[in-house]
Ligand binder design. Structure first.
Ligand SMILES: [Zn+2]
Length: 421
């Protein structure tokens, strides 16, 4: 990532109609549970390894994603987008880059008529320092996206079945904005092999954006190519360290930033954010500690004062963004082609950035879980899933366990990792 400054800004009005999620729905957003354990969690642990493009680690992580979608989310359409490139670190050798695209569209909609929320993270890790893990960069964001996808899957099915039963041609279901779909982009080759330049970075994103621009949708489609089908490109990067501050980088998507910030505030107020100092468990612990101290001093027990509530999306209450810089990342090739971007990357970067300390042990798992919940809530609201997100906690746990079991079985049978591709 690289900081640059914005010299011009365009104002576009842009909006998608959806129903606000209710408090009840926000309280039922699934938690990842043990799936985010850094040693054996079904979603996160397999990504916490070096995964430099073109190496066996990269293939293994890609297979993990593919296996997850095939096992848990069979309704998602998987595509690989391949490219090769020389890099300044590898001479004349052509390094392969593989992006994975998982898409879920309404079953009746022609692909060219679907406007999609793209949820994006890069899965490659940096070549140096040797053995670099990149837990925030971006193993944890990949796991967050997997969790979001599985958390909305049943609700999407139910909503679309209801729409079909009611007659999908009704007003509000398509029109100029098209039908609404969701897409997960797990991108390769974000990192520079040597030092960040326009040619040594964003290998996967540059190739995907260029290819999609050249791939027209069917004639008479609502959108002319898969790039213009992206209604919002929500990019997660460098997330998973404690107390992040995320500015709003773009005026044209400040409304979407505020929508996410509002969800964050509501989740916090509902006691759903584990990293919050006011989360019921944290408060209980603090109260017990204070009471014990007072008891030993013979002081009177008093009510606990709430701590100041932090906010990841720090500009949520501002009518406009004041940020006049942005961070170079996988959105650039898409932004240059007119895609609207919402970039969830902290400023400043986590202290562990591009060091050996960016590993599983340095993640703040409460924060990772909170991000997963927030991204799920944002996606559920965007996809208009109010009234459909009614998974009970028992079902949630079962779903997690089932996946963990099937994943363990799979790992035990240890297939040839390359055979998937
Ligand atoms: Zn990086």
């Amino acid at each position: 990532m690289f900081h640059v400054f914005l010299f011009f800004l365009t104002l576009l009005s842009c909006g998608y109609a959806y129903t606000t999620l209710s408090d009840e729905t926000l309280k039922t957003i699934p938690e990842p549970g043990t799936d985010f354990n850094i040693k054996d969690g079904a979603l996160l642990a397999p990504i916490l390894r070096p995964r430099v493009p073109g190496t066996p680690g990269s293939t293994a992580v890609l297979n993990h994603f593919v296996e997850f979608f095939r096992t848990s989310l069979p309704e998602w359409r998987l595509e690989f987008q391949n490219s090769t490139s020389k890099t300044p670190a590898t001479g004349n050798e052509l390094i392969p880059f593989v992006n994975l695209i998982a898409t879920r569209d309404p079953p009746w909609a022609p692909p060219g008529d679907v406007g999609r929320l793209a949820l994006v993270a890069h899965y490659d890790s940096k070549l140096t320092p040797t053995g670099f893990i990149g837990a925030t960069d971006s193993a944890a964001p990949c796991a967050m996206l997997m969790h979001a996808a599985r958390s909305i899957d049943a609700a999407l099915t139910e909503r679309w079945e209801k729409m079909e039963a009611e007659g999908i041609g009704s007003e509000g279901y398509s029109g100029v904005q098209g039908h609404k779909g969701v897409q997960i982009l797990l991108l390769d080759g974000e990192e520079a092999f040597m030092t960040w330049t326009h040619t040594d970075s964003l290998y996967g994103a540059r190739s995907l954006a260029a290819e999609w621009e050249q791939t027209p949708n069917a004639a008479m489609s609502t959108f002319h190519n898969p790039i213009s089908s992206i209604s919002l490109f929500l990019l997660l990067d460098l997330l998973g360290a404690k107390n992040p501050t995320i500015p709003s980088y773009f005026r044209t998507t400040h409304w979407a930033y505020r929508a996410m910030g509002k969800l964050e505030q509501r989740l916090r107020a509902l006691g759903q954010f584990k990293s919050s100092p006011n989360h019921p468990i944290k408060k209980k612990k603090r109260k017990a500690k204070e009471d014990a101290k007072k008891q030993s001093n013979n002081a009177k027990k008093t009510a606990l004062k709430p701590r100041k509530e932090p906010q990841f999306l720090s500009e949520s209450n501002n009518a406009d963004t004041r940020t006049r810089g942005f961070v170079e990342d996988d959105h650039i090739p898409f932004m240059l082609r007119g895609v609207e971007i919402l970039h969830m990357i902290p400023t400043p970067f986590p202290a562990v950035w591009h060091t050996m300390n960016d590993d599983g042990e340095h993640l703040d798992i409460d924060t990772v879980e909170d991000w997963a919940k927030l991204v799920t809530a944002f996606t559920a609201e965007w996809m208009d899933l109010e009234g459909f997100m009614h998974t009970s906690s028992a079902t949630k746990r079962r779903a997690g366990e089932e996946y963990a079991q099937s994943d363990k079985k799979k790992r035990k049978s240890s297939p040839d990792e390359k055979s998937e591709l």
